[in-house]
Design a protein around this ligand. Structure first.
Ligand SMILES: [Zn+2]
Length: 229
């Protein structure tokens, strides 16, 4: 686990049995504990914070199960409060390859159908990777809790193969399609230091207000024509 906290490292616990830990600063468990002892929902870090631009450290399930469960609960609470449909650990300042996803798909039926967006039950992805399955693409507006106030169109694979672990450490290898594939790709990108704006069609950039007023429908063509992308 990296130590994303930009504040000076606190002295190591004197009880540490490993002298390397004392040199390296707080243990991963200390970093998580300190995070969880702070305000809830957890404060989100935004674009410009270095933790969003570095690959997250693979999670080796080295935290005590109770502490990891508490972290997942706090991430879920924070995602709901935002509100968002996905949250990667770097977005709470933690450079660890863990993300939570959940989408109740609260959109009109015609929009849900056009975007292949269906309710996605809560899930945890650990150390995820994804790759496109087939050649079908889907371009839609998406936003990011770490880039507040804006949305932009991102062209992504319509179906991806997700390989990861779940919160118990069990291996996952499955295909994910539609809006859920977009969420998987967006959150996995976070864990690789990539923001959606890196992949976005920048001429489509719109505030949430503009998107809600004009570009929230089931068809992207009006936005393409009006904004010139
Ligand atoms: Zn994001």
């Amino acid at each position: 686990m990296s130590a994303p906290d930009p504040q000076p490292a606190a002295p190591s616990a004197p009880s540490s049995a490993d002298p390397i830990d004392e040199v390296a600063g707080p243990s991963p468990a200390d970093v998580v504990r300190r995070l969880l002892d702070g305000p809830r929902p957890l404060p989100l870090v935004t674009a410009g914070h270095p933790v969003l631009r570095h690959p997250a450290a693979p999670y080796d399930f080295g935290l005590l199960p109770e502490l990891f469960a508490e972290l997942i609960d706090a991430m879920r609470e924070t995602m709901h409060a935002a509100p968002g449909v996905g949250l990667a650990a770097p977005q709470i300042g933690l450079g660890l390859a863990v993300a939570v996803l959940e989408d109740s798909a609260p959109v009109p039926d015609e929009v849900a159908a056009a975007r292949d967006r269906h309710p996605l039950p809560f899930r945890v992805i650990v150390n995820p990777t994804y790759e496109a399955v087939g050649n079908e693409r889907a371009a839609w507006y998406e936003g990011c809790l770490s880039v507040p106030g804006y949305q932009a169109v991102v062209d992504r694979a319509a179906r991806v193969r997700l390989r990861c672990q779940d919160e118990t450490g069990a291996m996952v290898d499955e295909e994910v399609a539609g809006w859920a594939a977009r969420i998987v790709a967006h959150e996995t990108d976070h864990l690789n230091g990539t923001l959606y704006l890196d992949r976005a069609v920048l001429r489509s950039l719109a505030t949430h207000q503009a998107t809600a007023a004009w570009w929230g429908g089931p068809d992207l063509i009006p936005a393409r024509v009006a904004l010139g992308f």
